[in-house]
Design a protein around this ligand. Sequence first.
Ligand code: 4AD
Ligand code: MG
Length: 435
Amino acid sequence: MGITEKIIIDTEKIRKEGKNLEGKQVTIRGWVWIKRSSGKIRFLVIRDGKGFIQCVIENPDLFSTFDEISQESTCEVQGLLKEDKRSPLGFEILVQNLKILFKTEDYPITPKEHGIDFLMDHRHLWIRSRKQFAILRIRHSVKNYIREFLHKEGFIEFDSPIFTPSACEGTTTLFEVDYFGEKMYLSQSGQLYQEAGALAFSKVYCFGPTFRAERSKTRRHLIEFWMVEPEVAFATLEDIINIAENMISYTIQKIIENNYYELQLLERNVDNLRKITPPFYRIRYSEAVEILKSKGLEFNFGDDFGSPEESAISESFDKPVVITHYPKNIKPFYMKIDPENQNFVLNMDIIAPEGYGEIVGGSQREDNYEILLQRMKEENIPIQDYQWYLDLRKYGSAIHSGFGLGIERFVAWICKLEHVREAIPFPRMLYRYRP
Ligand code: 4AD
Ligand code: MG
């Protein structure tokens, strides 16, 4: 049989249906990831976009083709599928035919260690490497399971605009854009529009890129990041915490179930992830401050938590911790004042374990027209730009709550990454926006 008459399959199919294909002849197309020899045997690890598979060449007639192949050359491999318990895929191919489709020379990313700047400059190629492959497939699945969860819960996807005339999270981190001579901004959060959506459709969410002109150069900050923002009519702070906990737990358990291959490629210890089930720990801001004090950290009551504080707090917990009731002064105008203590708001931040910091920010929203107007005035918010938002409290106002989850921080935690920059295909950071 010539190499042209064959059924081409991919490694995803091999992973899922390999048992039925064992001993059969298979053909895959892909790129050479690793090439090596050992005595009389030659090995190629091929990546085909769905996974990585070892191909074993014992037939000396194929050695000259093997010698011509280099890393990232495109090729077609035909051979017998054999179980290989040591590989995460579970199978290897005993090669019978080998064909080069495109030759590659001098691929810049070699198996040796490269510095981060070099890798970032070659991000368009770096995404092919095994770790990046696993992370970005998990990112895809995370987005998918979040949507699946929300749809099961009766949410509809309701898109917020990216160009906005008004700020949501404070004016210091806005990206200004010239909109035919008018000043506009790139969205920091779709929340305000989701509030309009919740009063029209009861349970809505948006899922898209958001932008912050933040001069922060940390492991947790991107300039462009993706956020999912559910918003629910008639939901209290308590209700929205439950939704967030369930959404996070559902997604993680689905990832363990269906992305085990990728987690194995990352050598992620899944025992810590299996524990992520509701309920999470819940403490108030004031209790979080006590924890910091008990650890001997210097901290002034009333300040906001930064990365060091978040890490210190999360060390005490093996699951995410939900921190509620922050001081009003450090939180945005739209959060509902705690009726029991006017100095605090009905908000929540969820801090991930293993040092990943804040992954969720949310709150019950101020539903009273007068109080909201008062708070906006106190904070010098240009009321004329927010008339439409105030309308939501004038016509059919209702208790409502929502939150935003940052996808890159969530993925970084699930994959146990050093930095959020690897959790998005083409990161935008303070000093890095190419390619
Ligand atoms: O806490 P934030 O600023 O909340 C809001 O934007 C609300 N309006 C959301 C809402 O209630 N609908 O951001 C929410 C989450 C954070 O917890 C974090 O996970 C992520 O977005 N985030 C960032 N991720 C990466 N880089 C940044 N610069 C981020 N800023 C926020
Ligand atoms: Mg926040």
